[in-house]
Design a protein around this ligand. Structure first.
Ligand code: SF4
Ligand code: SF4
Length: 364
């Protein structure tokens, strides 16, 4: 049922508690069945004949695939490896939660996990861009719709910097969320091929991803599948930090003391933590680092978990806001449309959530 690699990882995790404290889902909910160790134990039991049930499938989805556990593991094991394979099995055996099936249906029908269309303001902002350009800004599912203000800020910044860029008028999903929902399947590869084709039609040589989930997908799977030869995929944060370093964007200093919510896919998936801090330094933001920052960052949930378990994401956002309160910080800056959407959607008390791109755009 599972690959040798997954079984090896699950056997290592099933009696281990070492990363229990770092898991944002288990930590914010206190549910012991949602720890990496519990999932390892379940995978091990299924390998030995225990039936895969809808209850076990549900537990396999109570994970944001943030890889904080793998990052913390001194023996280099990776629970997301067997969790994703279990999700593939859940889909194949018809055991996945209804919210997961709806999210997959949304992506496959309207290319958006929430079933939403592109925001009218975003459609208007990209209407006059050329069909082809050296740089393609890929907005992603939240950045083009429910967190459209983040996408608008990114578009505005590239225009201010004089970058010759375009945005796809019809932007297919990258496949990143689909892969989280169903694991590595042919459907994901098919989705990626469709999107790579759309990207290639623009003639872009630089692909700037607004969403770190998409950046990981472009950098890892698209490269592995050879889908975008000659196209360099970069994160929006690294790209903007470069524009500031080149003097193409000159931010004004702001009087702001704040903490940074490092997006987990950016900090651990890409391994990028400095670019956001360079942008904050250029803005003159006085940084108060959160407990668990940089590559240790605590995930605030993500759209896949939110699509089927919003109450879990609500707890995770509250936990992250609590991290800020404990150090006397009243402002968290986000650098991902999903973080911005989820951290403003749920209760953070007196902790204000500010989007890095909107802040930069306002001060350039
Ligand atoms: S990832 Fe490492 S630390 Fe976490 S449960 Fe598995 S073996 Fe233990
Ligand atoms: S990937 Fe993240 S959410 Fe999932 S078990 Fe590991 S630490 Fe917890």
């Amino acid at each position: 049922m599972f690959s040798n690699d997954s079984v090896k990882n699950a056997e290592a995790c099933r009696f281990c508690w070492m990363c229990r404290h770092i898991c944002p889902v288990a930590g914010s909910t206190g549910n012991e069945a949602w720890t990496p160790r519990a999932r390892g134990l379940m995978v091990s039991m299924m390998e030995k004949g225990t039936e895969f049930t809808a209850d076990i499938a549900d537990i396999m989805y109570k994970c944001s695939l943030c890889d904080a556990c793998a990052n913390d593991c001194v023996t280099n094991f990776k629970p997301s490896c067997y969790t994703k394979e279990a999700r593939t099995q859940a889909i194949v055996q018809g055991l996945a939660p209804l919210g997961v099936l709806q999210a997959i249906e949304n992506i496959q029908s309207v290319q958006n996990i929430y079933g939403e269309s592109r925001a009218p303001e975003v459609i208007q902002a990209v209407a006059d861009l050329p069909e082809q350009a050296e740089v393609l800004l890929y907005l992603g599912q939240s950045g083009g719709a429910r967190a459209g203000a983040v996408g608008l800020a990114a578009i505005s910044l590239l225009k201010k910097a004089g970058v010759p860029f375009t945005v796809l008028k019809e932007e297919p999903a990258s496949g990143a969320f689909l892969e989280e929902l169903m694991g590595d399947t042919g459907d994901v590869q098919e989705q990626a091929q469709k999107t790579a084709h759309a990207i290639r039609t623009t003639g872009a040589k630089i692909l700037v991803a607004l969403n770190p989930h998409d950046a990981c997908m472009f950098r890892d799977q698209y490269s592995q599948w050879g889908l975008l030869p000659g196209v360099e995929a970069v994160t929006i944060t690294a790209y903007l930090a470069g524009l500031i370093a080149q003097g193409k964007l000159v931010p004004r200093k702001v009087a702001l003391q704040a903490s940074m919510q490092d997006p987990c896919r950016l900090a651990r998936g890409i391994g990028e933590t400095q670019a956001v801090r360079e942008i904050l330094a250029a803005l003159g933001v006085e940084l108060k680092e959160l407990f668990l920052h940089g590559e240790m960052t605590r995930c605030c949930g993500g759209p896949v978990l939110n699509s089927h378990s919003p109450q879990v994401v609500r707890s995770m956002v509250a936990t992250r806001a609590g991290d800020a309160k404990r150090i006397g910080s009243t402002c968290i800056i986000t650098a991902c449309p999903d973080c911005q959407d989820l951290m403003t959607r749920y209760e953070t008390g007196e902790v204000k959530i500010v989007d890095l791109f909107a802040l930069l755009d306002k001060n350039c």
